[in-house]
Design a protein around this ligand. Structure first.
Ligand code: KIV
Length: 270
């Protein structure tokens, strides 16, 4: 492929083999999607949007309408990465029929390639219904943020045998139900390794070690723009908070000194 040819949009089939590590980041807005698109395999419009952009303490208040608006912006502003959109809390747990109706709306109104939902054995029938009806599903096991009230907070899962076995059984159920990949969140390396080795579809870890087939992180965590919460496992690749503060301070100083000229002045010219 020559330098001018844009890379084709990746789809679910491109993730059928577990041969290369999957690069995945969250994206919620058009400008960030545009920046990330050439560098990643999957853009996940996660319901973490509620915490990162809306300032909620957890993901439980996120609505389908919010996910549709952010999902559509990310699809419009990307052309290479596969876009996966989270089903928010309260939009799929009631029944497979409820899940199918809302998943179809998400797919139609955003143009995304797949949806992600949280849950293992208890979600198997739902995943099966979605897949049979043409909705590709990414699963999510281990630490499930939509269940933090039940889990007692954002806690590492799988430290004892019972938890480890539950995560393994959840993963097996998600695979058997027809998911094309699944996220493993917040679990120890030995659990992630056992699961990843035993399943035929890719595992995408977040705080679950390099034993997984790929990694997803929250974009604001790696750029240092989400000060409210800094997970220890998320490496900071940039520290943008002081840079933004400095720029805004300089802007404020200009305005206060009446240095904001008209159109005859050209800024940012190369
Ligand atoms: O909502 C989200 O961003 C997620 C991940 C980071 C896996 O579910």
């Amino acid at each position: 492929m020559d330098m001018q040819t844009p890379k084709p949009r990746l789809g679910v089939k491109d993730f059928a083999k577990k041969d290369t590590p999957i690069v995945c980041l969250t994206a919620y807005t058009a400008p960030i999607a545009r920046l990330l698109d050439p560098h990643v395999d999957i853009l996940l419009v996660g319901d973490s949007v509620g915490m990162v952009l809306y300032g909620f303490d957890d993901t439980l208040s996120v609505t389908l309408e919010m996910m549709i608006a952010h999902g559509a912006a990310v699809v419009r502003s990307s052309s290479h990465a596969m876009v996966v959109v989270d089903m928010p809390y309260g939009t799929y747990e009631q029944s497979p029929e409820q899940a199918l109706q809302n998943a179809k709306r998400l797919m139609k109104e955003t143009g995304c390639a797949a949806i992600k939902l949280e849950g293992g054995q208890e979600m198997a029938a739902t995943i099966r219904t979605l897949v049979r009806n043409g909705v590709p599903v990414m699963g999510h096991v281990g630490l499930m943020p939509q269940s933090i009230k039940k889990l007692g907070g954002f806690k590492i899962q799988g430290r004892d045998n019972a938890q480890a076995e539950k995560i393994k059984a959840d993963a097996d159920a998600v695979v058997a139900a027809g998911a094309f990949a699944f996220v493993i969140e917040g679990t120890i390396e030995s659990v992630a390794r056992t699961i990843t080795k035993s399943v035929s579809i890719p595992t995408i870890g977040i705080g679950a070690s390099a034993a997984c087939d790929g990694q997803v992180l929250v974009i604001d965590d790696i750029l240092g723009t989400f000060a409210a919460f800094a997970p220890r496992f998320a490496k900071r690749y940039a520290e943008l908070t002081p840079i933004i503060a400095q720029a805004v301070e300089a802007y404020a100083a200009d305005v206060r000194a009446h240095r904001f000229p008209g159109p005859e002045h050209v800024f940012n010219a190369k």
